[in-house]
Structure formats: structure tokens, C-alpha cells
Design a protein around this ligand. Structure first.
Ligand code: BTN
Length: 242
């Protein structure tokens, strides 16, 4: 797939910009939007994503499908895997917290926000990723969950462009595999890098309800099964693990 590229010094959110301009993107290309700063960076569940200038990677990848496919929600996990492989290539040991948070030293370093919009008779899949690269500890403290950055975990500053070019080539490769073969080829890597807390306790929020249990397994479709107090197994397709 060819790449259609946009870069900004400052915009509200690369995902929001993508949604508003999706009708301008070439249908047969992968569009990549990056920015130095986001003034209204968005996370999952309507959270803010802290996006100060030139400290971190803020990117949105967009591609088109002619019709919905039942496994499209796995695209966030495919991106998490591409990000994890990217960070491994720089010497880090990332883990993936179900479904698609990237952790280093048990703290969040990257997150993914996937959105879908329709453009004429096509669907535009918008996959946004933020990775904390050179964000100092003082700024990380403003985030209301344990968070880290590459500089804080390693003591070394990184070029955002170096991380981006590796991520871009990894994601282009993995996207093609996903579109052709689905999520199945990604399962071994996902299981090997799956983050589970020491007690294997699992609390899943899906926006309204909370389910509590013990981690059971990652299924072949990327969903998470937990065992509830009454012994039954519950399969969770979406949500957030705590
Ligand atoms: C999350 O873990 O809550 C998801 C965070 C996603 C952040 C990225 S940064 C680039 C893109 N633009 C946004 O506004 N959000 C995503």
C-alpha cells in the first residue's frame, strides 16, 4: 500500500483531523497523520491524552474497507503489537495490557484509540497511537494513572522520527497480514507479551458495567476470558482491564 502523508506542528487531535478529512484521503492508500503537539488529544473512554509539543509520538493511520469485517476491532491489538515490536527493536521489553495498552515497567507508555467513520460507500478505519517518548517525570505525574516514557525508563532521549519510521514500516507489514489472514497469526506474540498482574485478578470496565474475576485466558479472537466468583467463565470482547 502507498503512503499518503500529513504532518502538522499543532492540531487539536490527529484522530479528529482524520475524521473530518477522511473524504479527501485516497481509497487505496494508507494515510498517516502526525503532529508535534495536540491541543485536544483524546484517549479511550473520553479521557484526555496529554500531548505537549515535540515530546512524544502522536500519529493516526487510516485505511479503507469496502465493508465491515467481524474482526475489525482487532486492529487496535494489531497496532499494539506493532508498537510493542517497535519498542523491542530499541531495546525495551514492553508488555500489552488487554486490549491495547502498551506498558514498560508495568506503567503505561502508549495507548491506541480506534474510530470508524463512513465515507460514501466505504468505511475509513482510523487508528490513533500515542507513545510517550521524551516526556519528563514532572509531566508524567500529571497523568492520572501510572505512566512512563522512553526517556524516564532508559535515561536516554530518543528521536521521535526514528520511533515513527520503525512503527510505520512494522504497522504497514502487520496491517497487510491482518487484512489477508485476520488476527490468528498475531495470537502467539500477543499471548507472550500479555500483561497480567501478580494475583491474576481481573476487573473489566466496559463503560457502564464492571466485572470482577480471575484471568482465565486470551482467546484466539483476541478476547479475554475471566472466571467469575461463581466459577463461570465470561468472555469479554471490549473494555478496560484494571
Ligand atoms: C488511550 O490509551 O486512552 C488511547 C490514547 C490514544 C492517543 C492518540 S495520540 C494520537 C491520536 N490522536 C488522539 O487524539 N488520540 C490518539
Amino acid at each position: 500500500m502507498d503512503l499518503n502523508r500529513y504532518h502538522f506542528t499543532s492540531i487539536d487531535s490527529t484522530n479528529s483531523w482524520a475524521k473530518h478529512h477522511a473524504h479527501e484521503f485516497p481509497l487505496n492508500e494508507l494515510t498517516l497523520i502526525t503532529t508535534d503537539e495536540q491541543t485536544a488529544g483524546r484517549g479511550r473512554f473520553n479521557r484526555q491524552w496529554l500531548s505537549p509539543p515535540k515530546q512524544n509520538l502522536y500519529a493516526t493511520f487510516c485505511f479503507f474497507l469496502d465493508k465491515i469485517r467481524p474482526d475489525i476491532h482487532n486492529i487496535s491489538q494489531v497496532m499494539a503489537i506493532a508498537a510493542s515490536k517497535t519498542l523491542e527493536s530499541f531495546g525495551f521489553q514492553p508488555m500489552i495490557k488487554w486490549p491495547n495498552d502498551i506498558l514498560i515497567t508495568n506503567k503505561k507508555i502508549g495507548g491506541i484509540l480506534t474510530e470508524i467513520t463512513s465515507v460514501a460507500s466505504h468505511l475509513c478505519i482510523i487508528v490513533g497511537i500515542g507513545i510517550n517518548v521524551n516526556m519528563p517525570i514532572e509531566t508524567l505525574r500529571l497523568i492520572n494513572q501510572p505512566a512512563t516514557s522512553l526517556i524516564v525508563t532508559s535515561g536516554i532521549p530518543f528521536e521521535i522520527g526514528d520511533i515513527l519510521s520503525k512503527l510505520q514500516s512494522q504497522f504497514m507489514h502487520d496491517l497487510e497480514l491482518f487484512l489477508n489472514e485476520g488476527f490468528f497469526p498475531f495470537i502467539p506474540y500477543y499471548r507472550q507479551h500479555f500483561f497480567i498482574n501478580s494475583g491474576a485478578s481481573a476487573k473489566i470496565h466496559d463503560g457502564n458495567a464492571t466485572l470482577e474475576g480471575v484471568f482465565h485466558m486470551i482467546n484466539n479472537d483476541g478476547s479475554l476470558s475471566i472466571q467469575l466468583a461463581d466459577g463461570s467463565i465470561k468472555k469479554c470482547l471490549a473494555g478496560e482491564l484494571n
